[in-house]
Design a protein around this ligand. Structure first.
Ligand code: AGP
Length: 590
């Protein structure tokens, strides 16, 4: 959930690290900090607040040196304070560490170390520089001390250390948290993801669990925890810098919403042989289980419908954080399909590890190339939608749906037909985006003071109710519930009063008649109904028109107004939709 970056090169480290932190900020924005090494001295700046605030308030520009580390924080242990911000140092400020993850045995380690060294923070991370210090004090070289310290850690970590005792080298270690090395010209980088060093490197080396790295500006060496060297080839970085910018839009969220017609076309460019191979394996499996969290789980719920409706195959969806409780029913005949934008979500990774331990086949649908999930899966399909930086998932959801449709059509031997249909949908969405933009901002303005929202739908559209509510909660901090329209009368109807907004997702498909009747029940009790449909209805106070498409494709056209409603609602309420409070893009802790 935090972002880390390390740099060693021939340019001033602070310039590179500031830039990297700005690009890593989507991983956490509670606090930020940088440490550099110059003239046998460790220089440190850190504080709570967003990266730009910390840079402005902290005199960061004055940090000298050509080796350094940086961090953006999403708090786990210890509140949001300057002392808890990273980097953390040993008691005599010779060693600094940045860390993403959770050190599970930190209390036991701290109870021993606190007798020897002064702790300044409430974090789990601070044990790491003290552990290294303890080994140095026992007479080990810095390098030996680093490995001896890492071997004592339990839990998850991607961490980088610098020290005045380390000849300007960077030291890093990984277990269950993402970490990738970037190779540059007279410079090497190590960070949470390739975005952190994208402008400076086109070549990456993915670090595996249980590995450490020692880097200079021209060399790097990977080791296992016993300090035995390992070899790893580098791979080319396919993302480009323009994809990672805002492209003159006010926010990443709106830029990414607008990209969706292109995203559909891009997601369709899959290896046909791979798709067909995967489809056959899915059909042969005794049971098919989708595993995902958040928005990716809503995509999986739609996948379940299309696997049934198009691929004639029953599947189930298990929330990744709950998957372990069902693993008794998983065996070698089970196909697990893990869906994740980041490919680093700890709950998903945990589920996949359990499934693999039971002998299941694991296929993944993932955006980030080289991510832990992609590398751990038996086969992976990539969303190819470019980096998604807005914390609220938008274009990755649409790309996930595309791949699920393609797999379903492949399962029915109609892959080319599926592709043609998706192509038509992408053109319809392109036109629709133009008309919906201004209209939805007016509706958002009218709903500006509302605090409770109900999103209703049936059948395949039910997942869209959930996704619409999740988007609104994330970026507007209001209560929003998505539910099957038929469930309303079984309890939630009691909450409907004069003016309660009910967002009805009701295209004229097989769900239409029943959904309209449920919404009428809410309307007569005072609900203000905002209908998302291809046809207007007298019960709608507001109508958001969507194009008419084949029934199974409605999720692809209803998602756009739902995302736009959340985006504009955040804007009219004065919130930054790209950095919702308490959240971070990639949830790498359980
Ligand atoms: C979506 O808007 C959220 N930010 C969140 O629910 C997200 O979808 C979830 O954490 C899963 O992430 P993943 O797709 O990277 O695994």
């Amino acid at each position: 959930m935090c972002g880390i970056i390390g740099y060693v090169g021939s340019k001033p480290a602070v310039d590179i690290l500031k830039d990297a932190l700005t690009r890593l900020e989507y991983r956490g924005y509670d606090s930020a900090g940088i440490a550099t090494i110059a003239d046998d001295t460790l220089h440190l700046c850190k504080d709570k607040g967003k990266v730009a605030e910390v840079i402005k308030n902290c005199n960061i520009d004055n940090l000298p040196g050509y080796t350094g580390i940086g961090h953006v924080r999403w708090a786990t242990h210890g509140g949001v304070t300057r002392d808890n911000a990273h980097p953390h140092c040993d008691a005599i400020s010779q060693i600094a560490v940045v860390h993403n993850g959770i050190i599970e045995n930190f209390e036991a380690l701290k109870s021993r170390l606190v007798k020897k060294y002064h702790f300044k923070s409430d974090t789990d991370t601070e044990v790491i520089p003290h552990l290294i210090r303890e080994q140095v004090d026992a007479g080990l070289s810095f390098e030996e001390a680093f490995f001896a310290a890492i071997r004592q850690l339990q839990g998850s970590y991607a961490l980088i250390a610098v020290s005045t005792l380390a000849d300007g080298k960077l030291f890093a270690a990984r277990k269950d948290s993402p970490m990738v090395l970037g190779l540059g010209k007279d410079a090497n980088f190590i960070g949470s993801d390739v975005l952190s060093f994208l402008p400076y490197s086109r070549e990456a080396v993915y670090i595996e669990d249980g590995e450490c790295v020692v880097m200079t500006k021209n060399t790097y060496q990977i080791y296992d925890l016993n300090h035995t060297p390992k070899k790893r080839e580098s791979v080319a970085i396919t993302w480009n810098l323009s994809e990672a910018g805002k492209d003159n839009q006010d926010h990443f969220m709106i830029k990414e919403i607008k990209e969706q017609p292109f995203v559909i076309r891009q997601a369709m460019m899959q290896d046909t042989r791979l798709l067909n191979r995967m489809a056959i394996d899915i059909l042969r499996a005794h049971q098919v289980i989708f595993v995902a969290c958040g928005t990716s789980r809503f995509a999986a719920l739609i996948g379940r419908y299309v696997f049934s409706k198009i691929g004639h195959t029953f599947s189930d969806v298990v929330m990744a954080s709950e998957f372990g409780y069902f693993s008794d029913s998983v065996d070698k005949n089970t196909m697990v399909i893990a869906i994740s934008q980041s490919g680093e979500t700890a709950d998903v990774m945990d589920g996949v590890k359990q499934a693999k331990a039971k002998g299941a086949t694991v296929y993944s649908i993932v955006n980030v190339e080289g991510s832990s999930l992609a590398r751990m899966s038996d086969k992976a399909l990539y969303l190819s939608c470019g980096p998604e930086i807005g914390v609220a998932a938008t274009k990755s959801f649409t790309a996930q749906l595309c791949l699920l449709y393609l797999l379903a059509f492949a399962m029915d031997g109609r892959l080319s037909e599926g592709k043609e249909k998706l192509l038509e949908i992408s053109s319809l969405i392109e036109k629709d985006l133009q008309t919906n933009l201004s209209e939805i901002s007016l509706i958002a303005e009218k709903l500006k003071d509302k605090r409770d929202f109900y999103f209703l739908a049936r059948g395949i559209n039910f997942a869209m109710a959930g996704e619409g509510a999740l988007k609104l909660k994330e970026v507007c901090y209001v209560h929003a519930e998505g539910m099957p329209a038929g469930e309303l009368k079984h309890g939630t109807l009691a909450l409907i009063e004069e003016g309660t907004p009910v967002i009805a997702i009701c295209p004229t498909d097989y769900t239409y008649t029943d959904t309209i009747s449920n919404i009428s029940e809410a309307m007569v009790r005072g609900a203000t109904v905002i209908g998302i449909s291809n046809a207007n209805q007298s019960i709608f106070a507001e109508w958001i028109k969507i194009p008419e498409v084949e029934m199974i494709f409605y999720p692809l056209v209803t998602v756009i107004p739902l995302q736009l409603l959340a985006y504009h609602s955040a804007i009219v309420r004065g919130f930054d939709p790209d950095k919702p409070r308490n959240l971070a893009k990639s949830v790498t802790v359980k």
